[in-house]
Design a binder for this molecule. Structure first.
Ligand code: HEC
Length: 166
């Protein structure tokens, strides 16, 4: 009888140990991802923002801005405008309107991974289509690279008429 009790206690201890180990695992993961969170919350510093804005395309892709530019000028300009200022011929008719890619707020948010994701999945609740349904990953990287180089990362222009609502 005593043996059974000891065995039961041992099994209970082993189980408790396992639960402890598994329960401890997520805590370790949180600790590991802490530096990434710090890096993102560091965007108010110039070097933090520069690091964030120089992140590469996902999936090891490298976009070709020339190919992407040709696609933009036949498929995206109608809403986003040839200058990326959100004043394309269709923009007037849709709500919400496309944002101005040239504004400071766009320059602090739309890095390559964000552009890639937005173009792939579209923007729910807006007229922005999910291009992942018609383009492959390389084609999305091409047009994302074009947007990044020609609008987001372009030299700042502050001409009148370049500051629509958003
Ligand atoms: C029918 C109009 C329309 C077309 C065509 C269109 N967009 Fe959009 N797009 C929008 C709207 C509206 C939004 C949501 C408002 C915003 O964030 O600019 C949007 C959002 C975006 C965003 C996300 C901006 C953000 O802040 O999250 C990106 C990037 C973008 N579009 C790129 C493109 C590219 C590249 C193409 C062509 C492949 C394209 N769009 C075609 C209307 C359009």
């Amino acid at each position: 009888m005593k043996k059974v009790v000891i065995a039961t206690v041992l099994v209970a201890c082993a189980a408790a140990l396992w639960i402890f180990v598994f329960a401890a695992e997520p805590a370790k993961v949180v600790v590991k991802s802490a530096p990434a969170i710090v890096a993102l919350s560091n965007l108010d510093t110039q070097s933090g923002l520069a690091d964030y804005m120089s992140l590469p395309m996902p999936l090891g892709l490298k976009g070709d801005p020339a190919k992407g530019g040709a696609f933009f000028m036949s498929n995206c300009f109608t809403c986003h405008g040839v200058n990326g200022d959100g004043n394309g011929p269709r923009a007037y008719f849709i709500t919400p309107q496309p944002r101005n890619f040239l504004l400071e707020t766009s320059r602090q948010k739309l890095n390559r991974p964000v552009l890639f994701e937005a173009i792939t999945n579209g923007r729910l609740g807006t007229n922005m289509p999910a291009w992942g349904k018609v383009l492959n990953n390389q084609e999305i990287a091409d047009v994302a690279e074009f947007v990044f180089q020609h609008f987001i990362n372009a030299p700042q222009v502050n001409t009148p008429g370049n500051t629509p609502a958003q």
